[in-house]
Design a protein around this ligand. Structure first.
Ligand code: A3P
Length: 293
């Protein structure tokens, strides 16, 4: 069997759709779109525009790897393809399916059925779990307004605290924020090939986060502070020269929503609830992003 290392195909300098080498697997509402978009400033990084949902969706997965590759943008052999699907992080199937494909290689018909081996790299953005929950709640509220629905009769507190006033760990937003639980699944299979990005750093110094990705992907450092300007209306950094369709400079308006206020009681309960998980997570990744301080 003929094996070929991805991206070192020296025979062709042609533009074609290639499998992603780096995947932003999550976490929802932590800045996954910003990171993907900003990585796209690098001339050697191309990325799928939309979320692909290949490894976490049974129907999509059954469409096969050729379908998956077709979802990617055209690239040159010297470029790295990326995709982001935050649903992968909390999917029990995604890490296993990805690993299986990585071990087997992909059949690539364009090179006469040869298998392509790809050493996938995993990128994860994480944010204070409490902020992530509130961000997700802000999204729910906004979507209701968009659909012309009245505001929900329940508060976030009603939804997240159970009758005894304790945090309901089975609530989906709470479950997603227990990063340690999901991270273990990825770490088991992709140890040494996971980059964890701090959402606060991404907001405050996006170029630093992109530089971490460049190093992680062994690409030259080409994206620096000069690529960004602070947009005070948005309250976020935007790009001086946006890339992609329409060349947007700032992220879509749905990114960086105003957060609704939450009760002091709920905030305190959530802080207490996540304290242990956060500490254990920081220990596991050998970094501390300061959410417990
Ligand atoms: P908020 O809407 O809660 O502020 P995702 O793309 O994973 O859904 O993450 C959305 C979050 O990206 C936003 O959450 C926002 O805080 C964050 N973000 C980080 N950098 C940003 C930027 N430069 N512009 C807009 N949003 C940014």
């Amino acid at each position: 069997e003929e094996y070929e290392e991805y991206a070192v195909n020296e025979y062709s300098d042609i533009s074609e759709k290639r499998f992603p080498k780096a995947i932003i697997v999550g976490v929802r509402k932590c800045g996954t779109r910003a990171l993907l978009q900003f990585c796209g400033l690098h001339p050697q990084i191309v990325h799928a525009e939309r979320e692909i949902h290949f490894f976490n969706d049974k129907e999509n997965f059954q469409k096969g790897t050729t379908w998956y590759r077709q979802q990617m943008p055209l690239s040159l052999p010297s470029q790295v393809t990326m995709e982001k699907t935050p649903g992968y992080f909390i999917s029990a199937d995604a890490p296993n399916r990805l690993k299986e494909l990585m071990n087997k290689g992909y059949i690539d018909n364009s090179i006469k059925g040869a298998r392509k081996m790809i050493t996938h790299k995993i990128i994860l953005v994480v944010r204070d779990p409490v902020d992530r929950i509130v961000s997700s709640w802000a999204q729910i509220l906004e979507n209701r307004v968009k659909k012309g629905l009245p505001p929900p009769s329940e508060t976030l507190e009603d939804r997240i605290l159970n009758r005894g006033g304790r945090v309901n760990r089975h609530h989906s937003a709470v479950r997603t924020s227990i990063y340690l639980k999901w991270y273990r699944n990825w770490h088991r299979l992709f140890r040494g090939r996971i980059l964890v990005i701090d959402a606060n750093e991404l907001v405050e110094y996006p170029w630093k986060s992109v530089q971490k990705v460049e190093d992680f992907l062994e690409l030259p450092n080409l994206v620096d502070e000069s690529e960004f300007y602070f947009n005070s209306t948005r309250g976020f950094y935007c790009m001086n020269n946006g890339k992609g369709p329409g060349r947007p400079k700032c992220l879509n308006k749905s990114k960086g929503r105003e957060h609704p206020p939450i009760s002091t009681n709920l905030r305190k309960k959530l802080k207490q609830f996540f304290y242990i998980y956060n500490n254990a997570f920081f220990k596991k990744i050998n970094q501390d992003f300061g959410w417990n301080r």
